[in-house]
Ligand binder design. Structure first.
Ligand SMILES: C[S@@+](CC[C@H](N)C(=O)[O-])C[C@H]1O[C@@H](n2cnc3c(N)ncnc32)[C@H](O)[C@@H]1O
Length: 582
């Protein structure tokens, strides 16, 4: 079942969440102005959302309501139809079909302007859409399907199924109609969400965007959000600026706060109670703490920038940091991803030493390679007895990166030839005019030898560690080398990036927490970290402290002391209060 769920994106909405969404939507509708109410769920499953909506409508509204449910799966559709029959609405229309195909079908499009009842070819525009459309990640969908979808729905890049649904749903909504969608929160902050963000900003006024964070309100691999928005009349649909009110609500489990203040927290029965209370603060549900923040979404005119969910106080704090900053990390160094071999089992192993002479590649080609589990704060924390090494197939000749000539390395050649068939299956390598035995992304062979910072792509707290021993890292890590001889710039970056201050900044600006308090550290985020003037006294102090923290013999108690001093120095460099207990 789980794999079917992944492929079809069917995580049904729990009744309580359905009720919450239905109530929020109904509160936004002025029923007096609607002689007939039309509602639609274009991926209705068992009808949970339509049932919740029917239950939340004001008395006497149902008999003027036309309910439409679309669904791919016959069995679920039958259930939905049966459940909704009991409500005695004006009419119900349930149809098994692919909603996306329907909306790319040109005949069906004509039907959009029809005002009659829904038919096999027409869904007349509706007043309310309530939906939890399938969420199928681009990786599962496949690159080609994802690009086709983007083209059909006039979005850019590789898109997810829910993004196509949003466009198709918008076409079925009346001007000033209201939509309530449960969807992944990724579109708010990722690069891949840029196109759908512009689409939303052009077509809607956001009433409320609720980031449900890691509250685990339902069983999906992604962190969910709820978008409640009103479709703009065509005359106002000109710019990509978000229209007010743009309220946001953000709720996340709070793992970091002080454990002694339980008495002061608001005790409630469920996360829904917190959402219904709807005011900022810390709450306790059984043993779990949650933090709710509300405010106005902020956004840049560039749709490539994420939308930010920051409160007034948080905004003031961010502004201070940004005005004290002299540049961003990306202005002074390049953040690179680690090596991608596209055949790790052949190239990366810990058992090279066990191989017979003659098949064991030459030592000079075997290089130590670390991954995310070797990462530490300040220095690598690896405890691996038999560390992994990579058979590195590249070198620099005449100042150019080239694949090695394997005829010069008979043992490596003998080893690689055993896997020739497998390696040649990587058609893209051959197509790119590369040698069959090359690793796919080797990065710059000379840069690996320089002092560098390494950090894993996902971790609960920042783990920027220093290396000056020529370590290589795999695709689960990123790395930064300094172009200069002087490594102080690296230490300054390390001190800033590992601080609580920058963790907080990262969280507020990029809004990309995962389950279990983990965060994503991607190039696109780290490059945007603000940096203080490198020549200031604060920066020199930061560099001195980091040098101590990366030195081999610093003990635990000294580490704690230096980390506290560092937090103070970083805060001073940006003119804000230190975040000592983050
Ligand atoms: C996340 S579930 C939500 C179901 C229901 N609305 C709920 O909230 O419980 C998504 C539903 O979309 C259906 N579905 C997937 N692709 C579809 C498509 N192209 N057209 C219509 N329904 C689709 C799935 O079968 C599944 O029932």
């Amino acid at each position: 079942m789980p794999s079917k769920q992944k492929a079809t994106g069917s995580h049904y909405t729990p009744p309580e969440l359905a009720r919450f969404l239905a109530e929020r939507l109904v509160a936004e509708v002025d029923f007096r102005r609607l002689p007939e109410l039309r509602v639609l769920d274009p991926a209705c499953g068992d009808g949970e959302l339509l049932v919740a909506l029917a239950n939340s409508l004001p008395d006497n509204t149902l008999r003027n309501t036309v309910i439409t449910g679309i669904e791919l799966d016959d069995l679920s559709l039958g259930n939905a139809q049966e459940r909704l029959e009991a409500f005695g609405s004006k009419s119900n229309f349930f149809k098994r079909m692919d909603f996306l195909e329907f909306y790319t079908d040109s005949e069906a499009q004509i039907g959009l302007f029809n005002n009659g009842p829904p038919t096999n070819k027409t869904i007349p525009p509706v007043d309310i859409i309530i939906a939890n459309p399938p969420y199928v990640r681009t990786q599962v969908l496949g690159a080609r399907k994802s690009q086709e979808l983007a083209k059909s729905f006039r979005l850019k890049g590789r898109i997810d199924l829910y993004q196509a649904f949003l466009v198709a749903m918008t076409q079925c909504l009346k001007d000033s109609g209201i939509i309530g969608v449960i969807t992944s929160n990724r579109f708010i902050s990722t690069k891949g969400g840029a196109s759908i963000r512009s689409f939303i900003a052009e077509n809607y006024e956001i009433v409320e965007l609720i980031d449900l964070g890691d509250t685990k309100l339902f069983e999906a691999a992604v962190l969910p959000s709820i978008l409640i928005a009103r479709k703009l009349p065509s005359t106002s649909r000109s710019s990509t600026n978000l229209k007010l009110p743009n309220r946001f609500v953000r709720i996340y489990e709070n793992r970091t706060s002080n454990r002694d203040d339980r008495e002061e927290l608001v005790h409630v029965d469920s996360v829904y109670d917190i959402l219904r209370k709807n005011f900022d603060g810390e709450y306790l549900v059984s043993e779990t703490r949650f933090k709710l923040s509300t405010g106005t979404l902020s956004f840049s005119n560039l749709s490539s920038e994420p939308w930010q969910m920051v409160t007034e106080t948080e905004k003031g704090w961010i502004d201070k940091i940004e005005s004290a900053a002299k540049y961003r990390i990306g202005d002074v160094v390049k953040v690179r991803v680690g090596i991608k071999t596209t055949a790790d089992q052949v190239f990366i192993r810990s058992d090279w030493d066990d191989m017979p002479e003659g098949r064991r590649p030459e030592d000079c080609l075997l290089r130590l390679i670390f991954s995310h589990d070797d990462a530490g704060r300040w220095r690598s924390s690896t405890r691996n007895e038999s560390p992994k090494k990579i058979l590195y197939t590249h070198e620099v000749r005449d100042s150019k990166r080239e694949a090695i000539d394997i005829e010069r390395y008979p043992c490596a050649a003998a080893y690689l030839r055993q896997y020739r068939e497998r390696l040649e299956r990587r058609k893209y390598v051959i197509k790119a005019n590369r040698k069959w035995y090359e690793i796919w992304v080797p990065q710059d062979p000379l840069a690996w030898g320089r002092p560098k910072l390494i950090f894993p792509d996902i971790s609960p707290s920042p783990m920027f560690f220093y290396d000056n021993e020529g370590l290589m890292v795999d695709g689960n890590c990123y790395w930064i080398v300094s172009e200069e001889e002087n490594t102080d710039m690296l230490f300054l970056i390390q001190g800033i990036a590992n601080s609580n201050l920058m963790t907080r900044y990262h969280e507020l600006i990029f809004n990309n927490k995962l389950y279990a308090g983990r965060r994503r550290y991607l190039t696109q985020y780290v490059e945007k970290y603000p940096m203080p003037d490198r020549h200031s006294a604060h920066s020199r102090r930061i560099v001195d402290l980091v040098k101590k923290l990366v030195s081999v013999d610093v003990g635990d108690s000294m580490t704690e002391k230096y980390e506290t001093d560092l937090e103070v120095a970083v805060a001073e460099a940006f003119g804000v209060e230190p975040l000592l207990s983050f």
